[in-house]
Design a protein around this ligand. Structure first.
Ligand SMILES: CC(C)(COP(=O)(O)OP(=O)(O)OC[C@H]1O[C@@H](n2cnc3c(N)ncnc32)[C@H](O)[C@@H]1OP(=O)(O)O)[C@@H](O)C(=O)NCCC(=O)NCCS
Length: 267
C-alpha cells in the first residue's frame, strides 16, 4: 500500500479561521500558549489539505472546514468528513514551523515524525535506546552522531504514533533499524524497518534536509529485502515504494482557489 505525504510551513497557514470547523474553532479557543496554538493550526492546515488532495476533493472553504481531525483519547488524530469517519488514516508532526502529514487509506496504520537534528547526551541514548540502537550510535562517525540519534528517535516516535500510544510507551519497546545508514547519502527517502516488542513489525522511510529528519512508517513487513535495498521509484506500486509527495497536486489545486485567499497572512 502506498503512503502519501505533504509538508506545509507556518507561512502557508492563513491568519483567518474560515478553514476550521465550529468545533475546531472551539478547541482552538482553549489553546492559550502561542506556540501550541500555531503548531496546532499548522498541523490542521497540513492535514486538511493532505486529505483533500488524497481524496481528490476540491480545495474549497466548505471542503477544508468539513475535514475535521478529532483527537482520540490517546491524542491520535481521527479524520472525519462532514461528521462521518473518513476512509483514511493519517499521522501528523510539527517542528520549527514545518508541518508534516502522512496519509494512507483506512485499514493501514501510519505514523510520521519530524525532528530537528540536535545534540543529545550519552545519558539520553543509554536511557531511551535499545542495545542495537546504541551500537549503531557507537559505530556512527562523530560528524553523523547527532543525525543518527535524531533519526533513531524519530523512527521510534513514528512507530509509537502508528500504534496510537505515543510516548506513553517505553521507547525501548521499539527497535529501529535505518537500513544501511552509513551508506545513505543525499536528500531522497531511505528505507527503515522497526520491530515493536509487542510483536508488530514496521517498515518505512527516512529523509533529511535542512537539518530536519522526517520519518514515515507503516505497520507490516513491506518488501522482505527492504533492509538492504533503496526504495523503488515513487510511481511503483510495491509495498515498499518510497512515500509519494502530494505537493505537486496541491500546487496545481492552488491555482483554482475558491476560498478567501485575501485572508492569508502570507503573500
Ligand atoms: C504523540 C507524541 C509522541 C508527539 O510528540 P511531539 O514530538 O511532541 O509532537 P509531534 O509534532 O511530532 O506530533 C504531534 C502530533 O502527534 C499526534 N498524536 C498525539 N498523540 C498521539 C498518539 N497517542 N498516537 C498517535 N498520534 C498522536 C497529534 O496529531 C499531535 O498533533 P496535534 O496535537 O497538533 O494534533 C507525544 O506528544 C506523546 O506521546 N503524547 C502522549 C503522551 C504524553 O502526553 N506524554 C507527555 C510527554 S512524554
Amino acid at each position: 500500500m502506498d503512503a502519501y505525504w505533504l509538508e506545509q510551513t507556518n507561512s502557508d497557514v492563513p491568519s483567518g479561521d474560515w478553514w476550521l470547523s465550529e468545533s475546531e474553532c472551539a478547541r482552538q479557543g482553549g489553546l492559550h500558549i502561542p506556540k501550541r496554538r500555531s503548531d496546532w493550526r499548522l498541523g490542521r492546515w497540513t492535514a486538511k489539505h493532505a486529505v483533500a488532495v488524497y481524496l481528490n476533493l476540491p480545495r474549497s472553504q466548505p471542503v477544508l472546514a468539513g475535514v475535521e481531525l478529532r483527537p482520540a483519547p490517546s491524542g491520535a488524530p481521527k479524520v472525519f468528513l462532514r461528521g462521518r469517519t473518513a476512509p483514511v488514516h493519517l499521522s501528523l508532526s510539527h517542528s520549527h514551523g514545518v508541518g508534516l502529514c502522512a496519509i494512507v487509506r483506512a485499514g493501514a496504520e501510519v505514523g510520521c515524525d519530524l525532528e530537528t537534528v540536535e545534540a543529545r547526551s550519552p545519558i539520553f541514548v543509554a536511557d531511551y535506546f535499545t542495545d542495537d540502537e546504541q551500537e549503531l550510535v557507537r559505530r556512527a562517525p562523530a560528524v553523523s552522531r547527532d543525525q543518527v540519534v535524531t533519526l533513531l528517535w524519530s523512527i521510534k516516535e513514528s512507530v509509537l504514533k502508528a500504534l496510537g500510544c505515543g510516548l506513553r510507551s517505553d521507547t525501548r519497546s521499539v527497535n529501529a533499524a535505518p537500513a544501511d545508514y552509513l551508506n545513505s547519502h543525499g536528500d531522497g527517502w531511505f528505507p527503515v524497518s522497526a520491530a515493536h516488542d509487542g510483536g508488530s513489525q514496521f517498515y518505512g522511510w527516512w529523509r533529511v534536509s535542512e537539518d530536519l529528519v522526517r520519518t514515515i512508517v507503516m505497520e507490516g513487513r513491506g518488501c522482505q529485502n527492504s533492509t538492504t535495498t533503496l526504495p523503488k521509484a515513487p510511481d511503483s506500486t510495491s509495498a515498499c515504494a518510497a512515500p509519494i509527495s502530494l505537493a505537486e497536486k496541491w500546487r496545481s489545486l492552488r491555482s483554482g482557489l475558491s476560498f478567501p485567499e485575501s485572508t492569508n497572512s502570507a503573500a
